[in-house]
Design a protein around this ligand. Structure first.
Ligand SMILES: Nc1ncnc2c1ncn2[C@@H]1O[C@H](COP(=O)(O)OP(=O)(O)OP(=O)(O)O)[C@@H](O)[C@H]1O
Ligand SMILES: C[C@H](N)[C@H](N)CCCCCC(=O)O
Ligand SMILES: [Mg+2]
Length: 263
């Protein structure tokens, strides 16, 4: 009888559980951390991520944002700057090296795999996971903003959904409210759940000043997304982390920190 024998193999499978690599976040103390994704690009992920950081800082928490892959950067004061990365830095209160909060800062405002290829770069997960661990070790809370929608290619065989899965973070879904967003949101939800991840809350972000049947569209999503609506963001005259946070209630999120006594 050899180890290839199906019966021996079945017994061995019972005796020796398949070894699954531990997620990169395993072993860290429980703290608030999330991955913010959305139904598309330019639909309010950075605004929502910044609002999360603002609310965390207001509770006296050491909070750090991460935009692992940023596409669209310009040189200022000898450093590459990206709007999203800068917004998250401004909303958080933990100073980390910029190449940790954004390991891949790409110049071209395009799909990241294209922007990376233009620079002869290949976007890999290991530098991002290593940077995440450093940030998590220095902070009480981490907010990771994805790039574009949920399944944006980063390199061959690696996309932003794989990254979320490897980080093993609960997901906040931002829905850019416009005609078509119901299907986009539900497809995104399916893709998130297919990776064993959980949507812990979603945000309805108003993209148009007057969307027809806005409330009816939101109701259709409330009925279908098995996670709480964290709030409806109206079209803000001056969008900022603080202004957006006033419309969102994060307090029911898992591991959301209690108000620090000194704040
Ligand atoms: N509710 C809102 N009211 C006013 N402006 C908004 C609102 N939501 C988003 N914006 C503006 O729309 C633009 C896109 O929003 P944001 O940067 O948050 O999108 P994103 O999903 O993060 O995009 P990307 O895919 O590029 O990361 C920004 O200029 C932002 O300030
Ligand atoms: C440059 C832009 N603002 C985003 N950062 C990148 C969006 C990539 C979308 C790719 C795609 O899904 O087609
Ligand atoms: Mg953004």
């Amino acid at each position: 009888m050899s180890l290839d024998d199906p019966i021996v193999a079945a017994v061995m499978a019972d005796l020796v559980p398949a070894v699954q690599p531990a997620p990169v976040t395993a072993g860290l103390p429980s703290r608030f951390a999330c991955f913010v994704t959305g139904t598309d690009t330019e639909i309010g992920k950075t605004l929502t991520s910044s609002a999360l950081l603002h609310a965390l800082v207001a509770r006296g928490v050491r909070a750090c944002g991460m935009k692992p892959v940023a596409a669209g950067a310009e040189m200022r004061d000898g450093e590459l700057h990206n709007e999203d990365a800068d917004s998250l830095i401004a909303a958080g209160n933990v100073t980390m090296l910029r190449n940790l909060t954004t390991p891949y800062m790409l110049k071209e405002a395009a799909a990241p795999h294209i922007a990376a290829a233009l620079e002869g770069v290949s976007i890999e997960s290991v530098p991002i996971l290593a940077a995440y661990l450093e940030i998590a070790a220095a902070s009480d809370a981490v907010v990771v903003e994805g790039v574009g929608g949920f399944r944006v290619p980063l390199s061959i065989g690696f996309d932003s959904a794989d990254l979320a899965q490897q980080l093993d973070l609960p997901v906040i879904l931002v829905v850019g409210m416009r005609l078509g967003c119901i299907s986009q949101a539900l497809l995104t939800l399916e893709a998130i759940e297919a990776r064993g991840l959980t949507v812990i809350g979603w945000v309805a972000n108003t993209l148009e000043v007057e969307m027809r049947f806005l409330d009816e569209n939101i109701d259709a999503l409330i009925e279908r997304i098995p996670a709480p609506l964290l709030g409806k963001l109206p079209r803000l005259a001056q969008p900022s982390a603080q202004a957006a946070a006033a419309y969102l209630d994060f307090t029911g999120l898992p591991n959301w920190p209690a108000q620090h006594p000194n704040t």
